[in-house]
Design a protein around this ligand. Structure first.
Ligand SMILES: Cc1cc2nc3c(=O)[nH]c(=O)nc-3n(C[C@H](O)[C@H](O)[C@H](O)COP(=O)(O)OP(=O)(O)OC[C@H]3O[C@@H](n4cnc5c(N)ncnc54)[C@H](O)[C@@H]3O)c2cc1C
Length: 457
């Protein structure tokens, strides 16, 4: 049976319908309304997994065009257990990926250009506020649903998915620890995409050892003055607001969290780093030169900066894990496409068991990573503790992505080493995932500490 794809026109029309529906039906979430409106446009059979045979569609090996990154890779993530609303959103992001992201990703990367226009497209589709309450402009979806969409985005364009993940990390801190005024004044601008958020903890001498950070927030009148150097801030200058962690007392844990607008006097972008990968995801060295921040923009109480920063990182690590699974999947798709079309010794390269076994191992590892991040997300959605599971997911998924992308380059032979094919870019991109939001050694510390603490209690 024919499957009906969702186009951008459909989405625009659906959003118009939603605007009308929302007036009469305040009970439903944006995602639910979007799903219903799209279903309505196509008739109810079009998106339903069982009624239209959607779940039975097997992954087709991608062509060389796919391997070169010209068309969206087919994503064989199993959709059968998704709810209708999740499925509609995944479908929406796949269409966006196919039509807008895959064709443009390599260009933005080559030009090292921040894809602001694409972020604005994400915002127009309601994707900048997926896991936040509707009362604050979000889509009222679960964290799991948000991560499913991050995985899809990462498979098409990792740099963009990273930016969304950092944006959501900043918004998460406000959603969890902010006052009602902060939610109204800042969170709602983030969920709507009017503003984009960033997160700044790292400093020149404070990376894994974040407790040694030196940026000072000195009391001044009814607010603070922030002074110091920050490094590695993703989208720092390009963002509108940055969650800055700064020292408010000399005690090691005496740090606080501040919402700093990037157009504030004294907020300076010193240098945009030249990087191995993620070149269109700008990484900034920043100087805070007596930046004035009102007390109303301090998040939580004085001294709660670590609690806020680390809780945000738990959520962020799941975003990185989902990115790694998407990247691994794109890399596998490219390898399947290449090895089934490339012939040597009179047959497809994939007909060699040594090659197909590598593909099988890649697929199995990706699926294991997917299960791991989804499990941690379900714990988070249920309100259970999930820090250790987030660390396990970040560790496993990003190490997996490194291995899978390296094997994909190997399976492409010499073509894997040239930039015309995306395999080498995927491999460069995977490396960054093992480093950010706590290196994988630090994830092992988190997991190891939890194991030994359990034993000694
Ligand atoms: C592309 C990119 C984007 C980033 N984006 C952001 C951002 O938006 N916001 C932000 O705040 N930061 C960001 N970071 C910073 C990132 O989180 C840090 O680079 C990371 O936490 C490691 O810190 P470091 O680079 O100072 O390395 P260091 O802490 O100096 O570590 C060097 C090496 O020593 C190892 N090591 C250190 N301590 C231990 C230990 N106790 N046991 C075992 N091994 C250890 C590390 O694992 C690493 O291999 C980004 C980094 C990159 C590369």
């Amino acid at each position: 049976m024919e499957m009906c794809a969702v186009s951008f026109d459909d989405v625009g029309e659906a959003l118009q319908q939603i605007n009308q529906l929302a007036v009469v039906d305040g009970q439903r979430s944006l995602g639910e309304l979007l799903a219903l409106a799209i279903l309505d446009l196509h008739g109810s059979a079009s998106l339903h997994p069982r009624r239209n045979g959607y779940a039975d569609i097997r992954p087709v090996p991608c062509s060389l065009e796919v391997a070169r990154g010209l068309i969206v890779p087919h994503m064989p993530a199993d959709l059968r257990l998704l709810e209708d609303e999740q499925l509609a959103l995944v479908q929406l992001v796949r269409e966006l990926a196919a039509n807008e992201l895959v064709p443009q990703a390599a260009g933005y990367e080559e030009r090292s250009e921040d894809p602001r226009a694409l972020y604005e497209q994400l915002a127009a589709l309601g994707l900048t506020g997926i896991p936040f309450s509707e009362g604050h402009g979000g889509a009222g979806q679960s964290y799991l649903t948000y991560l499913l969409l991050v995985e899809e985005l990462a498979a098409a364009y990792l740099g963009l998915a990273i930016g969304l993940s950092v944006h959501t990390l900043c918004a998460f801190a406000i959603d969890s620890f902010g006052s009602e005024d902060q939610k109204r004044d800042v969170l709602e601008k983030l969920t709507s995409g009017e503003w984009f958020g960033a997160y700044s903890l790292s400093e020149p001498d404070a990376g894994s050892d974040a407790g040694s950070l030196q940026t000072k927030a000195r009391r001044s009148g009814d607010g603070y003055e922030l002074t110091g150097s920050k490094v590695f801030c993703t989208r720092g200058r390009e963002a509108d607001v940055v969650l800055v962690i700064a020292r408010t007392s000399d005690e090691r844990r005496g740090v606080s969290a501040f919402l700093v607008e990037t157009d504030a006097p004294g907020f300076e972008g010193d240098k945009k780093e030249d990087k191995m990968g993620w070149r269109s995801s700008p990484t900034w060295q920043l100087t805070l030169n007596g930046v004035r921040v009102d007390e109303a923009r301090r998040l939580g109480a004085e001294g709660e900066g670590f609690k806020i920063g680390l809780a945000s990182l738990d959520s962020g690590r799941l975003g990185i894990a989902a990115c790694a699974v998407g990247l691994g999947q794109a890399s596998l798709d490219a390898a399947v496409g290449f090895t089934t079309e490339r012939e040597q010794f009179g047959r497809a390269v994939s007909d060699n068991q040594g090659v197909s076994f590598m593909l099988a191992d890649m697929a199995t590892q990706i699926e294991a990573g997917r299960a791991l991040y989804r499990h941690a997300a379900r714990l988070r959605d249920a309100g259970a503790a999930y820090s250790v599971q987030a660390a396990e997911a970040k560790l496993f998924c990003t190490d997996m992505a490194m291995k899978v992308t390296t094997d994909s380059v190997q399976l492409h032979g010499g073509y894997g080493y040239i930039t015309e094919y995306p395999a080498e870019r995927y491999m460069r991109e995977a490396k960054g995932l093992q480093i950010v939001e706590g290196t994988n050694q630090i994830q092992r510390h988190v997991i190891g500490r939890a194991l030994t603490a359990t034993k000694s209690s």
